[in-house]
Design a protein around this ligand. Structure first.
Ligand code: 3PY
Ligand code: MG
Length: 259
C-alpha cells in the first residue's frame, strides 16, 4: 500500500497544502500533482465525485505523488468504505458535531480491531494478490487519514470532547458553515467568525491535533493561519485559477466583462 506523505508531513509537525477539487478529471489531479500540492480532496459533499470517477482520480494522484483524499457527505460506514476501497488515503467528513459523530468516523475508517471497516481484497490492498491481508490491514489503519469537519457552534461547544477521540488526524474548520451557524449566512470575513475560527485553531493545536481550514485571505491570510498553527491548509485550485486569470486580464487590459 502507498505511504501517505501528507499524514507523515503533518505528524512530523509540518504544514501540508492541498486543494478541494470539484471538477472531476484526472488531468486536473495530475496538474495539481505537478504543481506541488501535498494533497487533493475529491469533493463528494459539495462536488459530484462518485465512486467510479474517484478511481480514475486516485490513479492520477498515485502517478503524480499527490495524496488522494475525499470529502464524503455522509458519516455512514458503508459509504465511507466505498471511497476508501478505491484507494483514497483519507476521508474528510463534514458536520461532525459531537463526540459520537467523531467516534463513528474513526471507526468507519479503521479495520478491526481498531474499527469496523469491512475488509476485502480491494484496490489499495492490491486486490489481495500481492501481500498478506494482515499486513495490508495494519498499513491501511496507519496510512488512512481521519479528517473531521468542525463547522458549527455545536461542534465548537463540543470541541474538547471531539478532541478527546483517539484516531483523529486533522480537525478541519469549515468557515462558511461556521459563519452560517453563527447567523451570518456564510460571511466568514466577519470579525466574530474570524475570532471563533482562531479560537478553535488554538484549542485544536493545544490538544495536539492538527488544525485545518480553507486558505482564506490569499497569501497574507494563509500565512496568518499557518502562524496560528494550521497544518492542513486548503486553497481552491479553481479559485486560484480564477484569481490569476482575472489579474492577468486586468493587467493586460483585455478580455470581456462577464455578466
Ligand atoms: C466550509 O467552509 O463550510 C467548508 O466546509 C469548506 O468547504
Ligand atoms: Mg462546510
Amino acid at each position: 500500500m502507498l505511504k501517505n506523505e501528507t499524514k507523515a508531513k503533518i505528524k512530523a509537525g509540518g504544514v501540508a497544502v492541498g486543494t478541494f477539487l470539484n471538477v472531476n478529471h484526472p488531468r486536473l489531479v495530475e496538474l495539481c500533482g505537478y504543481t506541488g500540492y501535498d494533497f487533493a480532496i475529491f469533493d463528494a459533499e459539495h462536488g459530484p465525485a462518485d465512486y467510479e470517477v474517484v478511481e480514475g482520480l486516485v490513479r492520477a494522484a498515485e502517478l503524480t505523488g499527490i495524496t488522494p483524499l475525499v470529502r464524503i457527505a455522509q458519516n455512514v460506514p458503508q459509504v465511507i468504505l466505498r471511497y476508501l476501497d478505491e484507494g483514497c488515503l483519507g476521508a474528510q467528513i463534514p458536520m461532525v458535531n459531537t463526540r459520537a459523530d467523531a467516534e463513528a468516523v474513526v471507526k468507519a475508517c479503521k479495520y478491526p480491531p481498531a474499527g469496523i471497516r469491512g475488509l476485502a481484497g480491494v484496490r489499495p490492498a492490491r486486490y489481495g494478490v500481492m501481500e498478506p491481508m494482515p499486513q495490508y490491514v495494519d498499513q491501511a489503519n496507519e496510512e488512512v487519514m481521519v479528517i473531521v469537519q468542525a463547522e458549527t457552534m455545536q461542534a465548537a461547544n463540543n470541541l474538547a470532547e471531539i478532541l478527546a477521540v483517539p484516531g483523529i488526524d486533522v480537525i478541519f474548520i469549515g468557515p462558511t458553515d461556521l459563519a452560517s451557524s453563527m447567523g451570518y449566512k456564510g460571511d466568514f470575513n466577519r470579525p466574530e467568525v474570524q475570532d471563533q475560527l482562531f479560537k478553535m485553531i488554538k484549542q485544536i493545536r493545544d490538544a495536539g491535533v492538527a488544525p485545518g481550514t480553507l486558505a482564506l485571505g490569499g497569501v497574507a491570510g494563509s500565512k496568518n493561519l499557518v502562524d496560528a498553527g494550521v497544518q492542513y491548509l486548503v486553497p481552491s485550485a479553481t479559485g486560484l485559477m480564477v484569481a490569476a486569470g482575472r489579474q492577468f486580464l486586468k493587467d493586460i487590459g483585455l478580455g470581456r466583462k462577464p455578466e
